[in-house]
Design a protein around this ligand. Structure first.
Ligand SMILES: [Zn+2]
Length: 383
């Protein structure tokens, strides 16, 4: 029997398939033109098979998540332009294209893509959600808050009302700003950012009693694991005020009328003492005492902190530094110690309870996984 090689239909070889797969997943090692060709090739294969289209769209989303926006966009476009593609797939492709544009920072184009997806019947709630996030990214906080409110998501609604309030304060429109803060707390009583902003405003006008009374109320409303945000934010405001004082050369600034550190500390410590013992609240109490150079009481507060949690590394570090002055150390030993203490102070104090991202600045929406209020204090060094 003689094989008729020439009349047999040539199947697609493994080699060719592997080549295409490698191009798609190959990242930086393959030329862009080859990747484009592979995307086009895959686009021809998926036809109107729902599973294949899903996989194809998922591939685009994978590119997006890796920051390869151009490739993600190409995948959506190759579906959108295909004649005869089922309407619901076209709607999905427009929707994902909008998300690609959003991620790439092309906000106007994202808006238009979402409108197209809407006109083709894409799920209106998902589009509404995207448009709310888009408004937030554009700095249209009022619109973002309104949209999240309509979506029945009071936490982001409150968050963007606070951002709106901060804009209003900056423009000198204090009454509208305070209205937005009250609205935020009504919408979501646990909105730690709204309470913090109220505390900062009271601090700015030099009213320490008001700072203390807002703090007292906030501690009853904010989730206990987030209460440290109030004091961390307040201490950051104290630092800003001090900085402004050093650089203003006597000129009036927004920080010119703040409370003195001494009166503020005297007003706040009783509020902390009236709470259920909390390791972080005590720690921040000790930081306030250190600011006013009340070293003896700061030591007592740090020791209280360690009684509540013996492995709280930051309290140990502060106590260690305070007792260092009493020790006689050789210059060599002192230098090594300074190095390690300096390093320890640079360790990020906060992490996201959802994705583990570590930061030294407060965040209320995780910059990586976008979780809300997932910030956690690293009380344990191994966290
Ligand atoms: Zn996260």
């Amino acid at each position: 029997m003689v094989w008729n090689f020439f009349s047999r239909k040539k199947p697609i070889g493994f080699d060719q398939n592997i080549k295409a797969a490698r191009y798609v997943g190959g990242g930086e090692t393959f030329p862009v033109q080859d990747t484009r060709a592979a995307i086009e090739e895959l686009s021809q294969v998926v036809k109107n098979d729902p599973e294949a289209v899903e996989i194809y769209l998922a591939l685009g989303s994978l590119y997006r998540s890796q920051g390869e926006i151009e490739r993600a966009i190409q995948i959506r476009n190759s579906l959108i332009v295909r004649p005869g593609l089922d309407r619901r797939f076209k709607a999905r492709a427009w929707f994902e294209l909008g998300r690609d544009f959003r991620r790439g920072g092309f906000l106007d184009r994202a808006d238009r893509a979402f409108q197209e997806a809407r006109s083709l019947g894409q799920n209106p709630t998902a589009i509404h959600h995207e448009i709310a996030s888009l408004a937030a990214e554009r700095g249209s906080f009022e619109k973002a808050a309104e949209s999240f409110g309509q979506l029945n998501l009071p936490l982001p609604q409150a968050h963007y009302l606070v951002r709106l309030a901060m804009d209003c304060f900056e423009e000198g429109n204090d009454s509208q700003a305070h209205r937005a803060l009250r609205h935020a707390i009504r919408a979501y009583p646990g909105a730690v950012e709204a309470w913090l902003e109220q505390i900062i405003q009271a601090y700015k006008i030099g009213n320490e009693d008001r700072v203390a009374s807002i703090l007292r109320e906030a501690l009853t409303k904010v989730a206990p694991q987030l209460s440290f945000v109030l004091l961390e934010g307040l201490i950051q405001a104290l630092n800003k005020a001090e900085n402004a004082k050093q650089h203003s050369f006597g000129d009036e600034t927004e920080w010119s009328r703040v409370c003195s550190d001494t009166t503020l500390t005297a007003a706040i410590l009783p509020v902390i003492e009236s709470q259920e013992p909390d390791v972080l609240l005590h720690y921040y109490g000790s930081l306030l005492l250190l600011r006013i150079n009340d070293i003896e009481n700061a030591k007592i507060w740090l020791e209280k902190t360690l009684l509540l949690q013996s492995d709280f590394w930051l309290a140990r570090l502060e106590l260690f530094e305070l007792s260092r002055e009493d020790q006689t150390l050789t210059p060599f030993f002192n230098e090594q110690l300074s190095f390690f203490i300096g390093r320890a102070h640079k360790v990020h104090r906060f992490f996201c309870g959802q994705c583990g991202l570590k930061r030294d600045q407060l965040f209320l929406n995780c910059p990586r996984c976008r979780s809300w209020h997932s910030i956690t204090f690293r009380t344990d060094f191994s966290q």
